[in-house]
Design a binder for this molecule. Structure first.
Ligand code: SAM
Ligand code: SF4
Ligand code: F3S
Length: 479
């Protein structure tokens, strides 16, 4: 087995920027098959999309390579959520430009959200790009490659109201073979004023639950131990079976997946504060294998900023949802996303974000300063008037406060036992394993006689703001 390197550079994982995951290559296709190389940027859904792209290309006789200099096709699966994300892609394209000047036959394809946002201007501005494919058009990739091979500029950025790739079994690009993503829906119907996603991913559509369960069963057959159900707003998942009239909401879907096997851990992301229901929380409470962890991005602690952001909830509503989580799921981990320096944000409004953080005490947050995205509601309606240095200073205050809360929360875990799914060797110490507990906290512990995929009970002895450190008490056979 050879390997490929994939960059995971997601907002959800932004802390770990630059992390390069080694992933297994799938069985080599027919001798002489053309090879493709793929790098993924952006969110977990984009990473999962690369797995769908890999499946489509495998089906069409291409093989995967980890070395872009020997690839016939180079793909960047891109993100457009902030300007910085797009700048990273442009830099990467200039690297590929150099290779193309030596090997002009190589084709470079841009996939994903930046491809969708910029459409054909990329073919004109970035001479290096031969193929442009938006998130809903991956099935046409083989045809577009053929077109590009004959010298045509190949582009398909048509968004769909139906496409969910439900029938495509993603080729798992993550090497660990223990946890996998399952996209349960695509697109987004919210119109948060700062956000480009509705424009790059199109309308929200949910995937047939039978195909979701089928995918989870296949993963179980391959010995996977954890699935993460993905959507921009999982709480608005809704499926209606035309034949039977049966309706399935997110809580019901969660239950169906949980019932597949009590040893399959279930996570999900992202929850939207306006849509998360008590029914979801009670379903989480009912099944031990649904992890007690909710990513519930607040974005701002100020009701007036939330109103300008068009988040459709206010501070009180958010705090009420947190109260419900703490009541129904007392030991639930909660994380958030935060944007500093949105249009018109005053010092007082910024301080309300800090005070909300003090009330909730998130376990973890992904924190950004506002980056105006062309075409969004905010770009059209408001002035991006908070100076960059003020945005950066406010972001730093938010980061400092979050570090303090993370450390305090982790300190309260000292002396407690946690069930951990062993994932992989720790990067810092070859003699240690790491894995996450129910609340999604990373725990490091000596290797001993355990292996990735085992569930173990770990006693936490020390902590940092980012990690718990402990020792294994026993192996667990029941969650
Ligand atoms: N659907 C998720 C939700 O509603 O919370 C979020 C998806 S978005 C891809 C991930 C995060 O990026 C957002 O929660 C927000 O904090 C951040 N983000 C989105 N647009 C941004 C912008 N223009 N500037 C800065 N951060 C942004
Ligand atoms: Fe963007 Fe809002 Fe949709 Fe999340 S819910 S993807 S922030 S528009
Ligand atoms: Fe994801 Fe970035 Fe697109 S966060 S949905 S890849 S804009």
């Amino acid at each position: 087995m050879s390997e490929v390197l994939i960059k995971r550079n997601t907002p959800i994982e932004e802390e770990r920027q630059g992390e390069v995951l080694e992933i297994d290559i799938q069985p080599i296709q027919a001798p002489g098959a053309k090879s493709f190389y793929i790098e993924s940027y952006g969110c977990q859904m984009n990473f999962n999309d690369s797995e769908i792209v890999a499946a489509i290309l495998f089906d069409n006789g291409y093989r995967l390579t980890n070395d872009f200099s020997e690839a016939d096709l180079i793909f960047l699966n891109t993100c457009a959520v902030r300007d910085k994300a797009e700048q990273t892609i442009r830099k990467r394209l200039s690297d590929f430009n150099k290779i193309k000047s030596i090997k002009p036959d190589i084709l470079v394809g841009l996939l994903g959200c930046m491809a969708e946002r910029l459409k054909k201007t990329l073919l004109e501005d970035e001479k290096v790009v031969d193929i442009i494919v938006g998130p809903d058009a991956y099935r046409t990739l083989p045809r577009l490659i053929n077109e590009a091979e004959t010298g045509q500029k190949a582009i398909n950025v048509i968004l769909s109201r139906e496409e969910t790739y439900a029938d495509i079994q993603p080729v798992r690009l993550d090497k660990n073979g223990i946890s996998a993503f399952i996209s349960i829906m695509r697109g987004c119907d919210n119109m948060c004023s700062f956000c480009v996603v509705p424009f790059t991913r199109g309308r929200e559509r949910s995937r047939n639950p039978l195909s979701i369960l089928e995918e989870a069963k296949l993963l179980l057959d391959k010995n996977y131990k954890e699935v993460t159900l993905l959507g921009q707003n999982v709480d608005s998942y809704k499926w209606k079976d035309d034949a039977t009239g049966e309706e399935v909401n997110f809580a019901q879907l969660l239950e169906k997946v949980a019932l597949l096997n009590p040893m399959l851990r279930i996570r999900f992301s992202t929850s939207h504060p306006k849509d998360i229901t008590d029914e979801v929380l009670y379903t989480m409470a009912k099944y031990n294998n649904i992890c007690n962890y909710i990513h519930l991005p607040v974005q701002s602690g100020s009701s007036s900023v939330l109103n300008r952001m068009n988040r459709t909830y206010d501070r009180e509503w958010y705090l009420d949802r947190v109260e419900a989580i703490k009541r129904i799921l007392p030991d639930c981990g909660i994380s958030s996303d935060m944007i500093a320096g949105f249009c018109g944000e005053t010092d007082e409004e910024h301080n309300e974000t800090l005070s909300l953080m003090d009330k909730v005490k998130f376990d973890m947050s992904y924190m950004f300063y506002y980056s105006e995205r062309p075409g969004t509601l905010a770009a059209r309606k408001y002035t991006d008037d908070v100076p960059l240095e003020v945005k950066k200073a406010r972001l730093q205050e938010i980061i400092n406060l979050q570090s303090q809360h993370s450390l305090e929360n982790n300190q309260s875990d000292i002396g407690k036992e946690h069930i951990v799914l062993v994932e992989k060797r720790s990067k810092r110490n070859e003699a240690e394993y790491c894995g996450r507990n129910d609340q999604n906290k990373m725990i490091v512990f000596p290797m001993e006689n355990y292996k990735p995929g085992d569930y173990v009970k770990v006693l936490v002895e020390q902590v940092t703001a980012a990690t718990l450190i402990g020792k294994v008490i026993e192996k667990i056979n029941q969650l």
